[in-house]
Design a protein around this ligand. Structure first.
Ligand code: ZN
Length: 213
């Protein structure tokens, strides 16, 4: 009921152009964003993860959409992003080779404040369409760090160090893991999460992000 009243007072609008739309992304803008998709797979050397797959460059429309999705309570956009990932046949084939999806976690304080972890929502969606389990209770964020986007390169690295913890080693041992995040900038978060996952016995890690900065 509350939601109904809220929708009446503030009808859902397209995150890009602002036109009223029940899906929070109008068909026109959806098509524009989809045209920007150019999934790119990068082989990584000298890091704790082996591969990086990103869908978009973090700019223009995509940037606008991701910011709305992250910070303006527009969690429903997770369906759109999950769809973009699996609509690409090559992505699908590649991701099917993995055993487990792990979304980059939020600290529980931040989660309480925001009400949802947008990455978890995409992971759940992906899990359904790829038939790969997604687990939120393996990798835990134990330190409530400053938001990475507010920091420069070096500071990002030290900010995130020792912020994550693997609580069920047995679940990652020998597994090929998809580590899901929204934006890849310096890779500091990816590296730190991968480090603890590898220490816990993970065999291989692919970083999957919506956009690369
Ligand atoms: Zn629009």
């Amino acid at each position: 009921m509350f939601e109904f009243v809220l929708n009446f007072l503030f009808p859902p609008a397209c995150s890009v152009c602002g036109k009223v739309d029940p899906n929070w992304l109008c068909p026109k803008c959806q098509a524009r964003v989809e045209r920007l998709e150019k999934s790119c797979l990068v082989e990584i050397e000298n890091k704790k993860y082996e591969k990086l797959l990103y869908l978009f460059q973090y700019e223009s429309l995509v940037r606008k959409l991701i910011l709305r999705y992250k910070f303006l309570n527009q969690a429903y956009l997770n369906h759109f992003f999950a769809n973009v990932i699996v609509k690409n046949e090559e992505n699908r084939k590649l991701l099917k080779e993995y055993d487990l999806i792990i979304p980059v976690p939020m600290h529980k304080k931040k989660m309480q404040k925001r009400g949802y972890n947008q990455t978890e929502l995409v992971a759940e969606n992906l899990s359904k369409s790829l038939e790969i389990p997604s687990k939120n209770d393996i990798l835990i964020k134990v330190v409530n760090t400053t938001t990475q986007s507010k920091l420069g390169g070096k500071a990002r690295q030290s900010n995130i160090q020792h912020a994550f913890f693997v609580q069920k080693d047995i679940e990652v041992e020998g597994k090929k893991i998809i580590l899901l995040d929204d934006i890849y900038t310096t890779g500091a978060t990816s590296e730190e999460c991968s480090r603890v996952l590898k220490d816990a016995g993970a065999e291989e890690i692919l970083i999957l992000v919506l956009a690369k900065d």
